[in-house]
Design a protein around this ligand. Sequence first.
Ligand SMILES: Nc1ncnc2c1ncn2[C@@H]1O[C@H](COP(=O)(O)OP(=O)(O)OP(=O)(O)O)[C@@H](O)[C@H]1O
Ligand SMILES: [Mg+2]
Length: 296
Amino acid sequence: MILETSGLTKRYGTHAALDGVDLRVPAGSVYGLVGPNGAGKTTLLGILAGLRRPTSGDIRVTADRRRIAILPDTPQFDPWLTGREVVSLAAHLVAAPTPQSAVAARVDAVLADSGLAEVADRRVGGYSRGMLQRLGLAATVVGDPELLLLDEPASALDPVGRREVLNLISRLRGHATVIFSSHILADVQEVCDRIGVLRDGRLLFQGTIEDLLVGRATPAYVVRLRGGAQEAEAGLREQPWVTEVRSEPGELLVGVRTVAEAERNLAGVLAAAGARVISLGPREADLEDVFLELIS
Ligand SMILES: Nc1ncnc2c1ncn2[C@@H]1O[C@H](COP(=O)(O)OP(=O)(O)OP(=O)(O)O)[C@@H](O)[C@H]1O
Ligand SMILES: [Mg+2]
């Protein structure tokens, strides 16, 4: 575990924004923190970053304290700086003495990665909300942190931007640990190894998505097809890990024994059947239903 908390509590007056949170975050994981408005996500990330003090409870971090970076939910910068200057500043704040040219190259690469290459020399006072969020992310990753705390990093982004941020987070897996908060379950489901569900300051669930789904709903996949549905259905019915196949116009609903077996085998069976697959993904309803059940 790179980060563990025990009994973490934060009170504002009599109101507990966090109430006995025991967070366990394995090193190298992507941890998704989900929960409705006011659940305590921002409070928790702020405390983990050292920006707020807990009322009680402990935090154990094995990451180098200087290599923890946070992206606030609404990043703000001095409006007269250019995007490049913001990212360079962030790079210089954390970099050990490094040749100027190496820092400049790193800054350029991160700006390009964040989709800001073209606006890098404009003043950030004129940036849109989405551009500011991209810039915040760029300033967060430029110092190569060991632990990244991202508070709703994709909330202001268009679908393309969201996809880019999710890809960026996926690329960090293994060499950094990422904790990010989100309202968007599909995003969490896609990139997280683990999730924590917060409501009213309490951690209602923590574990893998598989754990969350186990025993609550049978996992199922939706396969949209342009052709070969009959062959695909026949092929799927022969699999021991397939519990159910329902055929609907243009798609198959495939019930599976475990998510892991489906992830390993489903695409292969469809390919072997010669099916023309438009899309393939977990039935959204699973996680959504479980989530709503948990938080309501
Ligand atoms: N500085 C503060 N003073 C008083 N109460 C606060 C403060 N910050 C947060 N709270 C309260 O703590 C609770 C948790 O807020 P927090 O911002 O952590 O939730 P959140 O999960 O990030 O919500 P959102 O999804 O809307 O961002 C809320 O009830 C909020 O009103
Ligand atoms: Mg918040």
